[in-house]
Write a protein that binds this ligand. Structure first.
Ligand code: GLP
Length: 232
């Protein structure tokens, strides 16, 4: 069966991360959740097991976390199930902004800063949960989610008692402080917002546009007119 572009990208990004973990066993990673990185995490767990990678000193920093959410619906749970448990990242090295409050940025700095941060992008141009209007100078903060974001994530809460409306997120400055950023975006519906973010004006109205200012950004998408698989 033909390998889809998303699978090729998932393998490529997983390979990049695995190589970085192998060469820097105490690496600090900024980690997203959602549909986009799921395949990449599965590949990363597989690669890690095949190569017996040592994650005992790796630090995982969740980009964001819902507030008022059931544990099984939390991003902390998502990362444990999709990555941490599979690679054996110790619980003591699993960091989440909802548990560290205002000290999240201090915690990241104390660990030497983020080496690589992986991002998805929301349909309204948000990164992590930095919604439109978030200034570049923002650090970790709590927010009220926009209706667009709540709608986009509604399907993930089918059957759950309630859909969270508040979250806590790394800020734009927190993310831009990462030494390297990998942005992944899949599906035609993300094409327009990604184009605006990467080629349009830099503005808080599209928080992802601040990524244009970063000097080590790689973008992986599967939407190309020729359906070629575009790798960074
Ligand atoms: C949420 C997350 C973001 C993620 C975005 C897109 O808002 N806070 O980190 O990038 O959704 O998610 P998906 O990859 O499922 O489209």
């Amino acid at each position: 069966m033909e390998t889809s572009c998303q699978e090729i990208i998932a393998s490529r990004v997983a390979g990049l991360i695995a190589a970085e973990v192998a060469s820097n066993p105490s690496i600090c990673l900024g980690l997203p959740t959602g549909r986009t990185p799921a395949k990449m995490y599965a590949e990363l767990v597989k690669l890690s097991r095949q190569n017996n990678l040592d994650w005992s000193r790796v630090c995982g920093f969740a980009l964001d976390e819902y507030l008022d959410v059931d544990e099984t619906q939390s991003f902390s749970h998502y990362l444990s199930v999709n990555l941490y448990d599979g690679v054996g990242l110790p619980a003591a090295n699993r960091f989440n902004p909802s548990e560290s409050g205002d000290d999240y940025d201090a915690l990241i700095a104390a660990r030497g800063g983020l080496d690589i941060t992986i991002l998805g992008i929301g349909l309204n141009g948000h990164i992590a949960f930095n919604e439109p209007g978030t200034p570049a100078e923002s650090w970790t903060h709590s927010i009220v989610l926009t209706p667009s974001t709540i709608d986009a994530n509604r399907e993930l809460f089918k059957g759950a008692g309630r859909i969270p409306t508040r979250a806590v997120t790394m800020g734009i400055s927190t993310i831009l402080g990462s030494r390297r950023i990998i942005l992944m975006a899949f599906g035609e519906k993300k094409r327009s917002i990604l184009d605006q973010a990467l080629t349009g004006p830099i503005s808080p109205e599209i928080p992802a546009s601040f990524l244009q200012q970063h000097d080590s950004l790689q973008v992986f998408t599967d939407f190309e007119r020729a359906q070629a698989c575009r790798l960074d």
